[in-house]
Design a protein around this ligand. Structure first.
Ligand code: DHB
Ligand code: FE
Length: 312
């Protein structure tokens, strides 16, 4: 069809009106953003001849997505979370802030209020017996490269079925299973025991999966462990590590795998290691250090407090 109306004065005036740009009430930033996003959408409808049926299919999908609480699930799948990270990287590069530990997406499954432990924590409750025992440890460094005693290591991951506590469709996990906050010791060290997580998949049949299928894509993530790392006078770091060897390492639907975030996994089965780590048998060991970055103009310029997060 060759009917295009986007550039007509009527449509352009209409966009001003619906975005509130012809009144002096409301929020100027909201008006600016809505005007831009709505203009882009009008233009797409016009240029691609999006039919009413296609449009209302999308509205129906949005309603389903919202009632399933999955806006935060499709967002990484559409690359938006990673795009925000790329922008933060570019902003940091321009400000000469070096991120020795790369940031990567938070994902939608953090829960605030996990138990706080000093130096060491066991994350799993021992009931997921399919999991290979894991010991992960390392040091948190400050912006000057010195250890950061008292740094806060918030860690969360899923079980061997790919389910996170608080979001487990089988309700089998206790609250805060595989979630802890560890306070680094006087040498900036943290350590935890858990199990190696499996990969994660978006809920089968969900609106999130439907859209990914329409794009010919899967909704799977390689096995990963999430972290928030924070310390006084430093910016909070949001990152993840991937479990090396996972076949989806470079095929993550959320695009979160990054160079520098795939530490070596060492299999330990000798008695000395088992004893030294107070384990009951063979285990996997991961050593990984985190480097924090300085405040920018005295503030954490990347904090994102507006994000809705679950409270445990
Ligand atoms: C999603 C789930 C995750 O566990 C994660 O780390 C990132 C994204 C998701 O469902 O979109
Ligand atoms: Fe995750």
């Amino acid at each position: 069809m060759n009917i295009k109306i986007f550039d007509t004065p009527e449509v352009q005036d209409f966009l001003q009106t619906v975005s509130g740009l012809d009144n002096d009430q409301g929020n100027p930033r909201a008006k600016q953003i809505i005007h831009r996003v709505l203009s882009d959408l009008f233009k797409a409808i016009d240029e691609l001849d999006i039919t009413p049926d296609e449009y209302w299919t999308a509205v129906g999908w949005l309603n389903e997505l919202g009632s399933a609480g999955q806006a935060g699930l499709i967002s990484p799948g559409l690359g938006l979370d990673h795009f925000l990270d790329l922008r933060l990287d570019a902003i940091d590069a321009a400000a000469n802030v070096e991120c020795k530990t790369p940031r990567t997406i938070e994902g939608p499954l953090y829960v605030a209020g996990a138990p706080v432990e000093q130096g060491f924590a066991r994350l799993d409750d021992g009931r997921d017996t399919d999991g290979q025992p894991l010991v992960m440890h390392g040091t948190v460094y400050d912006a000057n490269g010195k250890p950061a005693p008292g740094a806060k290591v918030e860690v969360w991951h899923c079980d061997t079925r790919g389910f996170y506590s608080h979001f487990d469709p089988t309700s089998k996990q206790a609250p805060f299973n595989m979630r802890r906050t560890i306070i680094a010791d006087d040498q900036g060290r943290y350590r935890f025991r858990s199990i190696l997580p499996s990969g994660y998949g978006v809920p089968p049949g969900s609106p999130t999966e439907q859209l990914l299928s329409a794009l010919g894509r899967h909704g799977q993530r390689p096995a990963h462990i999430h972290f928030f790392i924070s310390a006084a006078d430093h910016r909070k770091l949001t990152t993840q590590i991937n479990i090396d060897g996972d076949p989806l390492l470079n095929d993550d639907f959320a695009y979160a795998t990054r160079e520098g975030l795939v530490p070596k996994v060492t299999e330990r089965s000798d008695e000395a290691s088992i004893k030294a780590n107070q384990m009951d048998g063979p285990f996997a060991e991961i050593e990984f250090d985190f480097a924090l970055t300085r405040l920018v103009d005295g503030i954490d310029n990347q904090i994102n407090e507006a994000r809705v997060r679950a409270e445990g």
